[in-house]
Design a protein around this ligand. Sequence first.
Ligand SMILES: *[C@@H]1O[C@H](CO)[C@@H](O)[C@H](O)[C@H]1NC(C)=O
Ligand SMILES: *[C@@H]1O[C@H](CO)[C@@H](O)[C@H](O)[C@H]1NC(C)=O
Ligand SMILES: *[C@@H]1O[C@H](CO)[C@@H](O)[C@H](O)[C@H]1NC(C)=O
Length: 230
Amino acid sequence: MSSLFLLLLSTAITAAVASIPAYPSVSTDCTVSAADDNPVPVRREVYGDGRIFDISHRYTVDMPSWGSKGGLGQFLWLPSSMKNGSRSNNSLMKLQSVHSGTHVDAPGHMVDSYFDAGFDVDTLDLDVLNGPALLVDVPRDSNITAKVMESLNIPKGVRRVLFRTLNTDRRLMFKKEFDSSYVGFTTDGARWLAKNTDIKLVGIDFLSAACYDHSVPAHLEFFEGRVRKL
Ligand SMILES: *[C@@H]1O[C@H](CO)[C@@H](O)[C@H](O)[C@H]1NC(C)=O
Ligand SMILES: *[C@@H]1O[C@H](CO)[C@@H](O)[C@H](O)[C@H]1NC(C)=O
Ligand SMILES: *[C@@H]1O[C@H](CO)[C@@H](O)[C@H](O)[C@H]1NC(C)=O
């Protein structure tokens, strides 16, 4: 039963990833000839014959940043350069906010007592963060409400779900200007998930799992509903 389940999940993800223009498939061949003077790095998305899909977004200066019109901006510098006679290349990275690009929310993100108690991302359970995930397409005409969650019929026992929404169709992660009309969880959608499913990991295709208008209360439903059980 459980191996069948894993197989179904990875098949669903293979089919989905291959057909989505927002996540174009790239060659999985990373062979570099030793005689090649100009080796070209191949950035892979698929590893281990489809066991691992890297769906994270590469940081670019033009990627959207929360609340910003101008995107992420410069985030990478090269203080030591071999071309300048340094022994090695050493990069300096500085983000306006760590809540950028593909990220996980720390429990302390919106619950101050968790923040004070030190619930940072290091306290998240790696067993929850890694493993098979179910990819679900949600209706494109709605945010993720309780009604939508109920209609998805996500089986009990599923712990990790990636929700693909209108955000992918609109390619919002490839638009420099932050768009607050992105799709995310409403408060009642988040509460429904916490109460009625076994989901411990929620993934979504924009900068926040909660829709803009329900930003704080929807996060609280997730954090308060789940973190206490850890
Ligand atoms: C190399 O050094 C010059 C002069 O210090 C500096 O302007 C330039 O940014 C450096 N280049 C890199 C890639 O570090
Ligand atoms: C090393 O630094 C040079 C610039 O001096 C840069 O072009 C090159 O990409 C760097 N190599 C690595 C591996 O970061
Ligand atoms: C989702 O909610 C946002 C406000 O948070 C709204 O602007 C957007 O139109 C909604 N999207 C859909 C598809 O209903």
